[in-house]
Design a protein around this ligand. Structure first.
Ligand SMILES: [Cu+2]
Length: 288
């Protein structure tokens, strides 16, 4: 039994070399297992086809000494019908498995035990639709992902002003609490970009004028690396995306600190603007 499980473990790690990164989020794990199922079926077919080919080559080769010509075989209706039907059945099987797994890839799951208890704090504006899926209990940490040449910006809930301004934000590195359902609103400020952090799920395009949605739940603390995966201009290669998952308490502290820093900066900007307003004449305007 131990040997079998060891062999299976070995097989899984070998397969993992060929399939997408996983382990970061349940949806990424489901995508990965779909790839693995397809890969195993493909390997079995590969072995059967190549094995049959080698068998036929050896068995029906022209033997020098005998002098008799190799058997000339043309067509075999049963065999041809057989492999056509078998191929169709395999495709049907793959379709069934894919559709069975699709909901667990597309639909966010609830925040797990020990996750951040932040409810959707968009003032109750967050609603589910056919595009935007929410966890069964309707609660997620919703982060807006804005793609722009050539950096990702993340806007977190917690706007200090009613028009949505003053919300905490960060660039390039998204900070999230572990074991918490995180839903993403993916938009673009200029051209098409694509959000992709492989260990946390599939690709999502950021398209100007549209909102696309995805989700993930970081299972362990750590750094998850990704990259804009839709060529978007000169700086595309540098448009990296990182997700840093930290324990919920650490996330709450980080978010509060960001909020404080941003409101301090906004206060200073207000003072600077007021100062600018009292100055007249281009020559008198000093840098505030
Ligand atoms: Cu881009």
């Amino acid at each position: 039994m131990n040997r079998i499980s060891a062999a299976l473990g070995h097989l899984a790690s070998t397969l993992a070399f060929f399939t997408p990164q996983s382990g970061g989020s349940p949806n990424a794990n489901q995508i990965d297992s779909l790839y693995k199922i397809t890969l195993v079926i493909a390997l079995v077919i590969f072995a059967l086809v190549e094995g049959g080919l080698v068998y036929a080559l050896v068995k029906f080769r022209k033997r020098k000494r005998k002098g008799a010509p190799a058997a000339q075989i043309r067509g075999n209706t049963r065999l041809e019908v057989g492999w056509t039907v078998a191929a169709a059945l395999i495709l049907v099987g793959l379709a069934v498995v894919t559709f069975a797994k699709l909901p667990s890839i597309q639909n966010p799951s609830n925040t797990g035990p020990g996750g951040d208890t932040l409810a959707s704090s968009d003032g109750g504006l967050l609603y589910a639709s056919s595009e935007r899926k929410l966890p069964p209990n309707g609660k997620s940490l919703n982060i807006k992902v804005i793609g722009r040449q050539f950096i990702w910006q993340y806007v977190y809930p917690g706007a200090s002003e009613p028009d949505g301004l003053g919300a905490p934000y960060s660039y390039e590195e998204m900070v999230v609490p572990t074991n918490t359902a995180v839903t993403l609103d993916v938009v673009a400020a200029d051209v098409v970009h694509e959000w992709w952090v492989p260990p946390l799920g599939g690709k999502v395009q950021a398209i100007p004028g549209y909102h696309n949605y995805t989700w993930f739940k970081a299972l362990k603390p750590g750094i998850y690396r990704g990259q804009c995966s839709f060529i978007c201009g000169r700086g595309h290669a540098r448009m990296i995306a990182t997700v840093k998952a930290v324990p919920p308490a650490q996330f709450d502290a980080w978010l509060a600190e960001q909020k404080k820093l941003i409101s301090e900066a906004n206060q200073q900007a207000k003072i600077a603007r007021a100062k600018l307003g009292t100055q007249t004449g281009a020559g008198q305007v000093e840098n505030p």
